[in-house]
Design a protein around this ligand. Structure first.
Ligand SMILES: [Fe+2]
Ligand SMILES: [Fe+2]
Length: 214
């Protein structure tokens, strides 16, 4: 059977459509059940609820960015084997996005109003990294995932103690993100220059401090 050949424009439109779904919360179906389902809902007081809402909004925004990063990466990846090795990570990011959205719904709060900004910024950076070559785009994925693990560790500290549901989600995400970094490294990631890592840290600080509130 002949396989359809997609032009770069076709691919761009497919990825952009997936991006719109991510921004407007109708992302593809999760592969795994939400780890929060195994935890009983403990009543949070209003102050604790506000903290959990802010933290989970930041995590959802981070997952919107992850969708963009992986889509930008797959659009520009030159080697088929690189594309394929990143596919499972991209699918797990869909799980994360859905889990964070479910938890935000349960906490009675909204996703970040700036999601289109986080998506387009990350998509552009992901695609630009891909244009620089697979080893750099994989390096960018690996560094992003490392930074996300550090960020998740800080959120696990900040979460209200009784919010076991959010904690279960973040614990699983932390394991997955560390694995995604390893996959990128095993696929041939280059170590990014320190200056670029610093800029990435600064960008993620701007995102996390803004998405907490809006
Ligand atoms: Fe993720
Ligand atoms: Fe990840």
């Amino acid at each position: 059977m002949s396989q359809r050949q997609y032009s770069q424009l076709d691919k761009f439109l497919i990825e952009f459509d997936a991006g719109l779904a991510a921004m407007f919360d109708k992302s593809g179906s999760p592969q795994r059940s939400n780890p929060a389902n195994n935890e009983s809902a403990e009543g949070l007081n209003p102050a604790e609820t506000r903290i959990s809402q802010g933290l989970m909004r930041v995590n959802h925004a981070g997952e919107v960015s992850a969708q963009a990063l992986y889509q930008g990466q797959s659009l520009t990846a030159r080697s088929k084997s690189v594309q394929e090795s990143m596919q499972q990570s991209a699918l797990e990011e869909v799980d994360h996005l859905n889990w964070c959205k479910d938890r935000l719904d349960e906490l009675g709060s909204h996703t970040s109003y700036l999601n289109p900004l986080w998506f387009s910024g990350s998509f552009t950076i992901g695609a630009a990294a891909g244009l620089a070559g697979d080893k750099w785009s994989l390096g960018f994925v690996a560094e992003t995932e490392h930074q996300v693990v550090v960020h998740l560790e800080s959120h696990l500290q900040k979460l209200p103690e009784r919010d076991e549901k959010s904690r279960a989600i973040l614990e699983q995400m932390k394991k997955d993100e560390a694995h995604h970094a390893s996959v990128a490294i095993d696929s041939g990631a280059a170590e990014l220059p320190t200056a670029i890592k610093k800029v990435m840290t600064l960008c993620s600080r701007i995102m996390t401090s803004t998405a907490y509130w809006i």
